[in-house]
Design a protein around this ligand. Structure first.
Ligand SMILES: Cc1cc2nc3c(=O)[nH]c(=O)nc-3n(C[C@H](O)[C@H](O)[C@H](O)COP(=O)(O)O)c2cc1C
Length: 191
């Protein structure tokens, strides 16, 4: 089994990354674990190219090429993002837009079929604004559908702003553990 965690926050050791790392830690030694810290990658936003390739892959040769490989080979994809101006981070949105080629491959050209997988969304925000989270969720649901992932579960943590504040939110860590068990993690043979 392979799990891929994507961190959309630019902040190292920030609230999203702390939660993502905690979740990925459960799988260490039991599954193949890959983590992608988007802010460290070199890639451009979608250029709306004409004559796109039909294999679900973008023709721009940058760090996104590895991201396609990692995500397509995953059984579980975990996306962690802070809310920025009522949406996901720019880094994450930029990655998601680069999956337009895959969306076209699936829905228009019918030449690409992603492997089925599970998708989990981790989201943190400073405020308690439900509409911001709902907005981010609808983007993530759209993304998960494009990579062949079911929206398996989510951890939404409100009221966290300062770096590391998330450590005070016990309920968010408990939710991570619940999701791990739901995946089958309590019985190591099952994951
Ligand atoms: C550019 C920017 C925009 C933000 N916009 C919002 C927002 O719209 N709503 C909100 O509740 N928090 C907002 N925040 C606060 C972050 O969501 C919050 O600090 C979060 O815990 C950061 O997560 P991180 O440590 O993983 O980066 C914003 C922060 C930044 C830097």
């Amino acid at each position: 089994m392979k799990i891929v965690g994507i961190c959309g926050s630019p902040r190292k050791d920030g609230n999203s990354e702390i939660l993502l790392d905690e979740f990925l830690r459960y799988f260490e030694g039991k599954a193949e674990v890959k983590k992608i810290f988007l802010n460290k990658l070199k890639f451009v936003p979608c250029q709306e190219c004409e004559n796109v390739k039909k294999d679900g892959r973008c023709k721009i040769n940058d760090d996104m090429q590895n991201v396609y490989d990692e995500i397509e080979s995953a059984d579980i994809v975990v996306v962690a993002s802070p809310i920025f101006f009522g949406s996901v981070s720019a880094q994450l949105k930029m990655m998601i837009d680069r999956f337009q080629c895959q969306w076209l491959g699936i829905n228009i050209f019918k030449t690409f079929k992603p492997k089925r997988k599970k998708g989990i969304f981790i989201c943190v925000e400073a405020s308690e604004r439900e509409n911001f989270v709902e907005n981010a969720k609808s983007i993530i649901k759209n993304f998960f559908a494009t990579i062949g992932a079911t929206y398996f579960d989510e951890v939404i943590c409100k009221g966290v702003d300062k770096k590391g504040k998330i450590k005070e939110k016990k309920e968010c860590f408990e939710k991570l553990n619940e999701i791990y068990k739901k995946i089958g993690g309590k019985n190591e043979d099952n994951i």
